[in-house]
Structures are given as C-alpha cells and as structure tokens.
Design a protein around this ligand. Structure first.
Ligand code: ATP
Ligand code: MG
Length: 599
C-alpha cells in the first residue's frame, strides 16, 4: 500500500524567469495605487525605524555630555515620535499589502476555477484531482506569500540597509567601513546554512504530505485493514514512511543549530571590531562618544535584512515553480464552445439523435478504438435501449452525445445538426442524464434537485420529486426538502440517490433523457417505484436507456446490442428474440432468473 500512494513529486523551485515574473505582476496591475502606497509606507517605516541610534548619538554628544537637559527632552520626544511613526507605517503597510495580496490571489483563484470549469473531460481523465487542488490552493498560496511577504520584505530590507548605511556614513565613514567588515562573513554564513535549511524544510513538507496521504488512506480504509489483519504490515509501512521525514527534520534542526550560534558569534565580532577601533578613536578625540554608542546599535541591525534577503530569494524560486505550474494550467486550451449560442426563447422541440459511422477512442494515441463504426438513428420521442457487457461502450455513447469528447471518425447529430456545431450550453441543456454514479453536492435535497438553477421554482422541485416517487422518502427525512445532504450523499441509500437524480433530471425538463444503469442494486419495492418513475420520465421524450435488467428494455422502440464497441444486433425486442443471438440468450438468462427471484 505504501509504495502506491505516491504523492506526486513536483519540482519545488525554478530558476528566476523574467517572463514569469512579468506575467505575475499583471495580477497587481489593477491595484497599482495600493502597491504604490505600500512602497511609500515601507520607505517611511524603514527610515523611521533606523532613526533611533542616530538620535541616541545626538542625545549623548549634544545634550548629555553638555548637560543640556531641556534639549534632551526634545530628543526623547523625537525618539518616541519616530517610534510611533514606524509602528503606524508598519501597520498601514501590513494591511495594505496583505489585502492587495488577497485581492490579487482572489482574481487568480477565480481565473483558475473559471478556466477549470471549461476544460475538456480529457483533461480530468489525465490529471489527478489532488494535483488540481494543489494548483488552486498551495500554488496560489505560494504566490500570495511571495507577493505579500517576499516582495515587500525585499524592499523593506533594502530600504533598511540603505537607511542604516546612510545614517552611519553621516556620522563617521571610517567606522562605517569597519562595521561593514562583518557583512561578508554574515553573507557566507546565511547563504550556506539558510539555503540548506530551506531545502531540508521543503523535503520535510513533502515527506509530511506523503505521511499524511498514507495515514488518510489507511484510516479511511480501516475496515479493510482490520478485516485483513494488516495492522502489523501497516505499522512497518508507517515506519518506513516516517524515517525519511525524521531524517529531513534532523537535517533542518542541524542547520539551525549551526546558524544561530554562528550568527551570534559574528555579531559579537562586529561589536568587538567597533569597540576596538571606536574606543581608540574616542580617546584620540577623532569621534565623539555618542557616535560609538550609535554604531554599537547599528552594527547588530545589519543582520536581519541580510538573513531575510536570502530567505526571500528562496521564496522567489518557489514562486517561480508555482507560477509556472499555474500558468501551464491556465494555458491548457479550454473545450471549444461550438457554434453560436441560440437566442433565448427558441422553443425546445425535436430530439432526433443520429450516430453515423462513429469511431472513437479516449486516448488518441491508443491503437484500438473503443467504439467502432457505430450507426443508429433515434426519432424524436422514441426510446433506445443500449445493451452490452460491462466495458462494451454504452456510457461512451452517452459521453459522445453530450460532446464530452470529440470523435475521431463519423458524425453525431442532434436534430440534424452536428454536436460540434451546437453551442455546448444549448446542446447540454437539451439532455438530461441520470448518471451511473449519482453525484450529490453538499447542500440540501432541494438544492441537489435544482442545482442552483433559480428559474426552477420550489413547486417545480416538489412536483418533480413527487412525479418520480421520490417525495415519499424525502418527506420522511426530519427536515424534508431542506434536509442537508452529507458529503456525496453517503447517508442516503443508493435507491434514494437514484430517485433524487430522477427528480433532478425531470426538474430540468430535458428533451432527451439518458438513463445509465438506473435499475441495478435496488430492492424490489424501490425497483417498482423506479420503474414507474422511468416510465413517466421517458414519456414524450427521446430517451436512451442503459440497463442490464431486460424488463426496462423490452418496451424500447429500438434495442442496440453492443459488443466490444461494435453494434452487433439492432431492432425491436421481438425481432431480436426471433434472431436468436446475444440478446435472446441474455433475455432467456434474465427471464429465468427473474422467475426464480419472484417465485
Ligand atoms: N475516460 C476514459 N478514458 C479512457 N478510457 C475510458 C474512459 N471511460 C471509459 N473508458 C474505457 O472505454 C471502454 C468503454 O467504457 P464504457 O464506460 O463506455 O463502458 P460501459 O459499457 O458503460 O460499461 P458498464 O456497463 O460497466 O458501465 C472501457 O474499456 C473503459 O475502460
Ligand atoms: Mg457505463
């Protein structure tokens, strides 16, 4: 189990790419004013933040040593003023940048989601859900962090460094040079350790994700685990998954254990240098005492910006990788929308379906076709039953009718027009499908019937439910139509889910109705309710029924027997029985079983 739950191993970093960055900046364009305000606030906060030591110098040299206490209180006032200014600027800047980041990310998330909804089914066949989720959550979050934390801090750090150098150079240039002596050592240390610590941290996160995936799968499948006594094996698997996680953690800790003491050491070294040269200079009256005091404070203030800049660079590389993945998704071509949309108010009628020499495979590169030269014509209001072994291509025919996939050969027409020529919305509006696996959304019963379509009134929802015999079980629920549906409808029986999906199909009043496997796995009482509902649903509509139970199929106007994607028999019930082929064999089998079941 462990080896198969491979979390995708994605590249976490990409080299700096100007084009990606420019494309990212486009998302900030609508918020230009805010970005400008944030930059201005950063500047204010960097400068006011570095005023303190310089004020100390003035306080010491101009007032303390000269005994000018009145002037000193002014300096103190100024000192508090600069602190207040710094905090205000920081507050404003944090609010502005975080909000701007959130706005930009909302735009991006929205764009991704809109794009996703228009991607062809083929994309979802090939792309694991987990990966798509990562795009819309983790990757967007990485960009958010880059914008609000990364970009802003880089400016803050740069401004801070410049402000420190400016204030220092304004007091004494020789001491400034000496203070800067520790910078190379500091850079070497941070680049070496931070980089490695960051990598270890990445690894850690990746391992943790795998561990979580492993845990999740095995907790969800606890029944199977206990049934098959897999506990011990699983424990070994768990240990195996856990080991690399612990190793990565150890590595991260080790780098930090090196980094902090060493940076302290370098800091002390810097202070030492300043005292060594500065004290001598004070004695020789080359500088004043206040200057030395101020430098002792400034020399320690280099550290954060330099450490930060390195961190931000790693953030930038991460953002490059994330943005590349997001843009790849956004650049995936969407499904073609087909012909021009119909004008509203065009009366729905017809519902003729034609397949002419249709050959199709899901994977264009595959050698074998899934459907081979399938042809049939279904008149408006008539019914077609598709019969065939599992995997013979029944659901595929429905997928093609809805144009979820484009075919390689032949034509599929609805009302005489090729499905490719229809605007997808118009085409799909005409077709109601009761799917093989009923998908229920979280929400209530009512919402699941109406699917958010406001033009369907409460009465219509209830009417549809009543018509397909779903009302009885819905009324039995404590909250009736307002009853919440658990995730994927897991608290409803499969028969109830089926009835619900009938109500859903009916509420939309489609011209063409498709029932996929609607009658399997259901008790006889529900079966009768469903049979009755199906009969009502099919009335007056073109319908395609896919069922293994021949009782539903008998009365169809046309029956097609599919075998490995080919039409093997085609005709009415009596004709096919007379033919004595696959259908008649199937019929005999199920008829015999049906009698036994009822007897
Ligand atoms: N999205 C897909 N991508 C690739 N292959 C697919 C896809 N969906 C179905 N297939 C393959 O196409 C073939 C026909 O599948 P289809 O779903 O049409 O069968 P079916 O007749 O509906 O079977 P069942 O009675 O079990 O529902 C199968 O071999 C299946 O593996
Ligand atoms: Mg199927």
């Amino acid at each position: 189990m462990s080896g198969t739950t491979h979390q995708e191993e994605e590249v976490q970093e990409r080299p700096f790419d100007r084009r990606l960055l420019l494309r990212l900046l486009v998302y900030l364009r609508p918020y230009k004013a805010r970005v400008g305000a944030a930059l201005a606030l950063i500047l204010v906060s960097a400068i006011s933040g570095q005023l303190g030591p310089r004020l100390t110098q003035i306080a010491v040299d101009e007032h303390l040593l000269k005994g000018d206490l009145e002037g000193l209180s002014w300096i103190i006032l100024l000192f508090f003023g600069s602190l207040a200014l710094q905090y205000l600027a920081q507050y404003g800047q944090t609010m502005v940048t975080e909000l701007t980041g959130q706005f930009a990310m909302r735009d991006l998330r929205r764009q991704i989601f809109v794009h996703l909804q228009h991607l062809p089914m083929r994309y979802f066949d090939r792309t694991p859900v987990g990966r798509i989720m990562t795009r819309t959550t983790n990757d967007v979050e990485a960009l958010n962090e880059f914008f609000t934390d990364g970009v802003v801090s880089v400016f803050l750090d740069l401004f801070t460094l410049v402000a420190i150098l400016f204030f220092m150079a304004g007091m004494d240039w020789q001491l400034t040079l000496i203070s800067c002596g520790v910078i190379p050592a500091l850079c070497v240390l941070t680049f070496y350790t931070q980089d490695r610590a960051m990598r270890a941290y990445r690894e850690l996160r990746f391992r943790l994700a795998r561990l979580n995936a492993y845990l999740q799968e095995n907790i969800a499948g606890m029944e199977v685990v206990q049934l098959f006594n897999r506990q011990e094996r699983n424990q070994q698997d768990f240990d195996r998954e856990h080991l690399p996680y612990r190793r990565a953690e150890e590595r991260e800790i080790r780098y930090y254990a090196i980094f902090f003491p060493f940076s302290e050491l370098i800091g002390t070294l810097g202070v030492g240098l300043v005292i060594w040269w500065g004290a001598g200079a004070v004695f020789d009256h080359r500088i004043e005492l206040g200057v030395l005091v101020a430098f002792l404070q400034y020399v320690l203030r280099f550290f954060r910006p330099i450490m930060d800049i390195n961190d931000r660079y790693t953030l930038l590389l991460g953002a490059m990788a994330s943005s590349e993945r997001i843009f790849t998704l956004l650049d995936t071509p969407t499904e073609s929308q087909g012909g021009p949309p119909e004008l509203d108010g065009v009366e729905k009628k017809g519902g003729v379906i034609e397949f002419e020499g249709v050959s199709f495979k899901y994977n264009p590169e595959a050698a074998d076709y899934i459907l081979k030269n399938v042809s049939f014509r279904l008149e408006a209001g008539h019914s077609l039953a598709l019969v065939g072994a599992t995997g013979s291509g029944k659901t595929t025919i429905v997928n093609l009718l809805c144009r979820f996939y484009d075919i390689q050969e032949g034509t599929v027409r609805v009302d005489g027009r090729e499905v490719r020529e229809w605007h997808v919305d118009d085409l799909r509006r005409r077709i109601g499908i009761v799917q093989q696996d009923v998908f229920l959304f979280s929400g209530d019963i009512q919402g699941n019937i109406r699917l958010g379509n406001r033009s369907i009134s409460d009465q219509q929802v209830e009417q549809a439910a009543r018509h397909v015999n779903a009302e009885r079980f819905i009324r039995r629920l404590p909250q009736g139509f307002a009853q919440a549906v658990a995730e994927r409808g897991s608290t409803l029986s499969s028969g109830e889910r089926q009835l619900l999906s009938f109500a859903r199909a009916l509420a939309f009043d489609p011209q063409i109705l498709v029932l996929d496997e609607a009658t399997s796995n259901i008790d006889t009482e529900t079966e009768q309710l469903i049979q009755d509902a199906i009969a009502k649903l099919m009335k007056g509509r073109t319908s395609i029924v896919i069922a293994h139970r021949l009782s539903t199929i008998r009365h169809a106007d046309q029956i097609i027997v599919l075998h490995h994607g080919q039409v093997r028999e085609q005709g009415r019930h009596e004709e096919l029985i007379k033919l004595g082929g696959i259908y008649s064999r199937l019929y005999q089998l199920s008829y015999g079983m049906g009698e036994e079941g009822e007897g």
